[in-house]
Design a protein around this ligand. Sequence first.
Ligand code: NAD
Length: 358
Amino acid sequence: MNVSALSRSKIIAAPTGVYENSEFNTHEQVVFASAPEVGLKAIIAIHNTGLGPAMGGCRMWPYTSSDEALTDALRLSEGMTYKNAMAGIPYGGGKAVIIADPKTEKTSEMMRAFGAHVERLAGRYITAEDVGISTADMDAAAQETSYARGTSTKGLGDPSPFTALGVFEGIKAAAEFKYGSPSLEGRTLTIQGLGHVGWTLCEHLHSAGAKLLVADLSDAQLHKARQQLGAEVIAPDTAHQADCDIYVPCALGACLNSASIPQIKARIVAGAANNQLATTEDGVRLHERDILLAPDYIINAGGVISVALGEEHDAKAIVTDKTLAIGKTLKSVFATAQQKNVPTSQVAEEMARARLTA
Ligand code: NAD
């Protein structure tokens, strides 16, 4: 798409203010990165580099305003600080968002321009895939920067299979804690989102003998799930209410909020989506309902582990081991939360902050 078509297609209001944004929380640096000639409008948020350079994926989404994009970048980058700390990798937290529809507006020129902006940060921020961004997109960005990971030529490529593996381990750990056994044989799980992570996760769950209820916006994915995994299709907007053992959010964030939590029937919430809790109080709401939450930035760390360690010697074995350890980390969070009678989200945050200040 050419630039004039892009500017005609959407009017993006300027953000009302970074410091005024309710998600601003001691972020070190926020970069507004544009390249009008290729329609790039991006925000790169670096939350904390205390443990190392900021590492976190790049998301492309058709945000309706710059404020919405900024809010997402601020929230996601802070989440990466805790995720990387809890995963035990030497990186800080950062995230990039590109304001565009990945289905209709993305071009390799746009991704190269994004890569050039990442390069200007000289290694303070390292990028990779997130929602709306593929390995081919990272290849394009990598033409302009040496700080792109998850490319097809170096490392372990697409991180989502490792994310799915870690979530699978986390689900088993949660099942063991809540139901007394890690076995998923005969258990019913609701998977909301059958994208890169959700689909691979469904394959693991199906192999483990679980019954799958699935929701997505894509009819093709739903058809495939019905055909290949014997899944039952349910509506996306009411997926959280499904009668099941485990609710597995694998689409977008803020799905756990004051409206949805009272309607959840599952006793466990454990999924890949980033920033599942709309607010801190929603962690308390889940705790009060005795619903066990696997904090997202612990359970979904497999991808960033593969991005961070994917170029090491014997990377696949190292990354697999560290990803499988997610189950153990979660069990210790669950046990501490039970002992103190506080939300798992609170325990996770306290552990992550302790690692940051250690
Ligand atoms: P993706 O874009 O490949 O898939 C998202 C899927 O969710 C799509 O199939 C989309 O149609 C579906 N979807 C969107 N809104 C929905 C709704 N309301 N109900 C049901 N389905 C809906 O993304 P992904 O890479 O699979 O990531 C999924 C989530 O996991 C995101 O929140 C992402 O930030 C998080 N995550 C991903 C990785 C990774 O390695 N890809 C790592 C950590 C966290």
